[in-house]
Design a protein around this ligand. Structure first.
Ligand SMILES: CC(C)(COP(=O)(O)OP(=O)(O)OC[C@H]1O[C@@H](n2cnc3c(N)ncnc32)[C@H](O)[C@@H]1OP(=O)(O)O)[C@@H](O)C(=O)NCCC(=O)NCCS
Length: 273
């Protein structure tokens, strides 16, 4: 039930004069709140339809026009990324660059020479790259080189990983199958969150870090830039691990590791020279 201003003013006047019962206005207010609720529901439906439209459009674009990417690297890590990329269906690998001059194909893709050819590849219109090198230091160097040329280093997230909607995944980072990244975790750029690893709430993982397969970080853990958390390691809640350090396979980290060193064991301690 809606009223124009004149009707409203007349009713207001009549109410003041005591000729209209106040229940009339209660009814009017309840109608208004119903209309508001309806508007909220309609807005939600509109937003959902818009999202659906975007999803359909994106799927259509990826199906018929996937983004062309060059794979930089041809080692074991690169094989896993080829798998993820093919499953995501969002990118089309046009070929690879490799430091191995002996091979001419990799996972069925053509090799376009070594990394020194990346500038020429970019000039041909391939402007996106998958940074497929497992070594953290080399990955950092290559990331710098790719960015300087102008490449967009793409982020790969396996469809069978679980990433909280409040988690942040940096550019060029790869999330492998079975990995779980929980609420408010922040993963830096060009990092690796490997198969079946768990990164719990509020963890902060630096750029170029590598959380190896099967390792578990409890809540609020921080891992510095370029650090490797070895296969199957566990880290106690809130622990801080310095940058460019290594935690050996199967370690249990219960205290902060503040030096830039290699640690292993249960509890993890610094490796003696
Ligand atoms: C810690 C690490 C870096 C040490 O490597 P390294 O310098 O080559 O050391 P070595 O293998 O020569 O081992 C040196 C000693 O440390 C011991 N050691 C090495 N790693 C260990 C570990 N994780 N836990 C317990 N002891 C370990 C070795 O048994 C050896 O002991 P010894 O001298 O009594 O025989 C390596 O063992 C490691 O764990 N790397 C992580 C690998 C990983 O998870 N990669 C991710 C792949 S996706």
């Amino acid at each position: 039930m809606s009223m124009d201003f004149f009707e409203y003013a007349t009713k207001q006047k009549a109410l003041l004069a005591g000729t209209v019962p106040s229940s009339f206005f209660e009814l009017e207010n309840s109608n208004r709140s119903l209309a508001n609720k309806l508007k909220i529901v309609l807005d939600k439906i509109k937003a959902k339809l818009f999202k659906m439209k975007l999803n359909i459009r994106d799927k259509f674009i990826y199906k018929f026009m996937p983004k062309k990417v060059i794979l930089v690297g041809t080692g074991g890590h690169a094989k896993v990324l080829v798998d993820i990329c093919e499953r995501m269906g969002k990118f089309k690998i046009v070929g690879c660059t490799s430091q191995d001059s002996e091979i001419s194909r990799f996972c069925g893709y053509k090799i376009y020479g070594s990394d020194s050819n990346l500038e020429a590849i970019f000039a041909k219109g391939i402007t996106s790259a998958i940074l497929a090198v497992g070594d953290n230091k080399i990955r950092k160097k290559l990331a710098k080189m790719l960015k300087e040329i102008g490449f967009d280093v793409v982020t790969l997230i396996h469809p069978n990983s679980i990433v909280s909607k409040s988690a942040r995944i940096g550019k060029g980072t790869c999330v492998m199958p079975g990995a779980v990244i929980n609420a408010d975790a922040k993963i830096g750029d060009c990092a690796i969150v490997n198969t079946n690893s768990n990164i719990d709430h509020d963890c902060v993982i630096g750029d170029y870090a590598h959380i190896a397969p099967g390792s578990s970080l409890a809540g609020n853990v921080s891992v510095g830039e370029g650090t490797l958390i070895g296969v199957g390691s566990s880290v106690k809640p809130g622990v801080k691990i310095n940058k460019w350090s290594v935690v050996g396979v199967g370690s249990t980290v219960v205290r902060d590791l503040l030096k830039q060193k290699t640690y292993f064991g249960n509890p993890a301690t610094e490796r003696k020279a």
